[in-house]
Ligand binder design. Structure first.
Ligand SMILES: [Zn+2]
Length: 140
């Protein structure tokens, strides 16, 4: 790890905050990394770095083939906010590959913890959605 931006052309941005040195011997230096990005000072510097090094990264990580999500794993729960009042909000158990979109209750759509937190938009994950579909006899 380095505390300096990994784009070697970072000083070429010539920003005021990159100026150092005394009169007659001034220079521009790299920015420090942003805590958000980790290795670069900005998205611009990350993009420059990525253009130079993407093939090296891909060769190190390795390429994968086409990925597939089969029909029986394509379940998810969606929260539709009711614009007129809270009561018109609905939860749906959905599998578009099977052509199913079924209204479910909040108790089915959320974990007890999510209900306790009172964040209506949070829902069970896709694995739990599949389990619910099996419980409801929509899948086997
Ligand atoms: Zn930079």
């Amino acid at each position: 790890m380095s505390e300096w931006c990994q784009n070697k052309k970072c000083p070429e941005k010539k920003n005021q905050n990159q100026m150092r040195g005394s009169k007659g011997a001034k220079y521009y230096q790299s920015n420090k990394v942003s805590t958000w990005l980790g290795h670069w000072c900005s998205n611009g510097c990350r993009d420059v770095w990525w253009q130079d090094h993407k093939d090296t990264c891909m060769n190190a990580v390795g390429y994968i083939d086409k990925q597939v999500l089969p029909l029986e794993d394509a379940w998810y729960v969606k929260y539709n906010y009711g614009y007129y009042n809270e009561e018109s909000s609905r939860y749906f158990l959905i599998n578009k590959l099977k052509g199913i979109s079924q209204i479910i209750t909040q108790q089915q759509a959320q974990t007890p913890e999510q209900i306790a937190e009172d964040h209506s938009w949070r829902t069970i994950d896709d694995t739990q959605a599949k389990e619910l579909a099996i419980q409801l006899g929509l899948a086997s």
